[in-house]
Design a protein around this ligand. Structure first.
Ligand SMILES: Nc1ncnc2c1ncn2[C@@H]1O[C@H](COP(=O)(O)OP(=O)(O)OP(=O)(O)O)[C@@H](O)[C@H]1O
Ligand SMILES: [Mg+2]
Length: 160
């Protein structure tokens, strides 16, 4: 993992909402995992910050938040909370759309995050319940590097 990424993650874990709740945000990285992505640092920080803010504001109050970095360029931001129904989940990335939340906001964070990811050749996916959990939400950032690797894997299995 590059030093700049580590320092941004460190910064992001203390600055967003939730910073004053020790042990709420957990950074998980398998040994040796590296995240390599060609992306503007500020844009990347904006994406991750929006998603951590959402986890802190819209997830279960005081609930655990995990930022997991997967080898190959995928980042998972997972929070506890109720399941977001599929019909609602499908629209959340649209501008000015907000779900059931007591928290303030205008409904732009996910739209901005998705636009930035798309502009860099990547993707933002949302899952609820978070895969492997009974509830909550996972925002998954798939960088261009990871998408290219996926295509390469698909190529290998495609008939020749
Ligand atoms: N991690 C999450 N857990 C549960 N619900 C979420 C989560 N992230 C987003 N949502 C739902 O999706 C809606 C849209 O999120 P988005 O970030 O676009 O806007 P916002 O957080 O409401 O406002 P803004 O980001 O503009 O301050 C939220 O209002 C909330 O209902
Ligand atoms: Mg938001």
């Amino acid at each position: 993992m590059s030093t700049w990424f580590r320092s941004w993650i460190w910064w992001l874990t203390i600055v967003p909402d939730g910073w004053d709740e020790p042990n709420r945000i957990h950074y998980v990285k398998p040994p040796g995992a590296a995240l390599v992505a060609r992306m503007d640092m500020d844009a990347f920080a904006m994406v991750v910050r929006n998603l951590i803010d959402n986890a802190a504001n819209h997830g279960a109050p005081g609930g655990r938040i995990e930022v997991q970095v997967e080898q190959g360029g995928v980042i998972h931001i997972i929070n506890e909370g109720p399941v977001v129904p599929a019909e609602a989940l499908a629209g959340l990335k649209r501008r000015f759309i907000r779900g059931q939340t007591p928290s303030a906001g205008v409904g732009l964070g996910l739209a901005i995050a998705e636009t930035i990811m798309a502009q860099t050749g990547g993707r933002l996916d949302l899952f609820s319940p978070a895969p492997g959990h009974d509830g909550g939400l996972e925002a998954r950032l798939i960088t261009k590097t990871a998408m290219a690797a996926d295509l390469a894997a698909a190529d290998k299995t495609a008939p020749r």
